[in-house]
Write a protein that binds this ligand. Structure first.
Ligand SMILES: Nc1ncnc2c1ncn2[C@@H]1O[C@H](COP(=O)(O)OP(=O)(O)OP(=O)(O)O)[C@@H](O)[C@H]1O
Ligand SMILES: [Mg+2]
Length: 349
């Protein structure tokens, strides 16, 4: 189905990379879903692209020229969320000196994206139901209802069926929200998309003037072997690290900052499947190990090279050389910065 905004269409769809059948089918259907105006519920683990898809739905819809307003329902306490969403009247409470327009009104004629919708408390669920059913809401302290024309797109990383069974989410709200239910698959179940996503993020993040960067075969094997608990966001972060840490026009595996956690056998499988030579795989595996080992060692010893050398049984000079090879600055592991480098490279396993 055609939308009224070809320029927006192209932009919204070109940001979504995915050839794996589970995602590709959804991307193909997005223009039709967007044009329908019906509520959409997007389900997926963290980092799978829920907000990106919500934005695409907005920009593909006839509402593209009106605002897209995102609200993270889990980020605000109950009373504040109500105030944020619906606004308040002057004098509604002691500090309410003037009337405040809520986010729902700011999204008039546009799209209201309710992220982490599973965290909505019972009262907010009732209010949202009223918006979905009758396009009406009441601001805090108001005796009259206002009309509003918004399209609701909601997202969650909790399987809502689970919440329905536990009684924490109203089933009438659930069924109104999920006229369209879009399930975003985790990256580990669509690894065939990794090379295209990596290329997309290289293009997106390589700074002007840094020329063309590419991934070494070892780096590609490492990306394919990783399980990606943080999904596409985690992949994007790995590529950003690679871009900034690489010392040539080719990003090597350790520069991606992945931590090997029992993935070496998966890495071997993927390397064999991709026809990577034993030599390349061994080099990539050793480099990843060395970089992780050095980061952890330096963290443990607060950036003190002499102590780290003693503890690891290496000559201080050799350790210094290895740190330089991986561009690890001992100062960044010092007492005040000790949590920074580690958390920058460690991902959950
Ligand atoms: N299919 C995709 N193609 C290209 N980039 C993507 C894709 N999906 C997600 N991304 C990128 O990955 C990052 C994370 O996506 P997004 O913020 O939409 O995830 P999310 O599901 O909302 O995560 P969270 O649950 O943690 O809020 C963003 O930078 C987004 O642009
Ligand atoms: Mg999100």
């Amino acid at each position: 189905m055609e939308s009224n905004h070809p320029a927006h269409d192209y932009q919204a769809l070109s940001k979504l990379v995915g050839r794996a059948p589970a995602l590709f089918k959804m991307i193909e259907e997005l223009p039709a879903v967007a044009a329908s105006e019906a509520p959409v519920l997007i389900i997926g683990e963290t980092g799978t692209g829920k907000e990106l898809v919500a934005r695409a739905l907005h920009y593909l819809s006839p509402r593209a020229e009106s605002p897209f307003v995102a609200v993270n329902c889990g980020a605000l306490p109950e009373t504040l969320l109500e105030d944020e969403l619906f606004g308040h009247e002057r004098g509604a409470f002691t500090s309410a000196e003037r009337r405040r327009v809520g986010l729902i009104q700011q999204a008039e004629n546009g799209t209201l994206f309710l992220d982490e919708v599973d965290t909505l408390v019972a009262k907010a669920q009732v209010d949202l139901l009223r918006v979905l059913q009758d396009k009406k809401y009441r601001s805090v302290g108001s005796s009259t209802e206002c009309k509003v024309d918004v399209r609701i797109v909601a997202a969650t990383n909790v399987p809502l069926q689970q919440l329905l069974h536990s009684g924490n989410f109203r089933s009438d709200l659930y069924y109104r929200l999920c006229v369209f239910l879009l399930k975003l698959p985790p990256l580990r179940s669509r690894k065939e998309d990794i090379p295209a996503l990596a290329a997309h993020f290289l293009k997106k993040h390589v700074p002007n003037g840094k020329g063309d960067l590419r991934l070494s075969p070892g780096a590609t094997a490492a990306l394919m072997a990783w399980d990606w608990p943080g999904n596409i966001r985690e992949l994007e972060n790995a590529i950003i690290r690679g871009i900034h840490l690489c010392r040539s026009d080719c990003i090597e595996a350790p520069e991606l900052g992945l931590v090997l956690c029992g993935t070496d056998s998966a890495m071997a499988d993927s390397a064999i499947a991709r026809g990577l030579s034993f030599r390349d795989l061994k080099k990539a595996t050793i480099e990843i190990f060395e970089r992780n080992y050095l980061s952890r060692l330096m963290s443990e010893h607060g950036g003190n090279v002499s102590r780290a050398a003693r503890a690891s049984g290496k000559e201080r000079r050799d350790l210094g050389k290895m740190l330089r090879k991986y561009q690890l600055d001992p100062k960044s592991f010092g007492p005040r910065a000790s949590s920074l480098p580690d958390s920058a490279y460690l991902t959950s396993s």
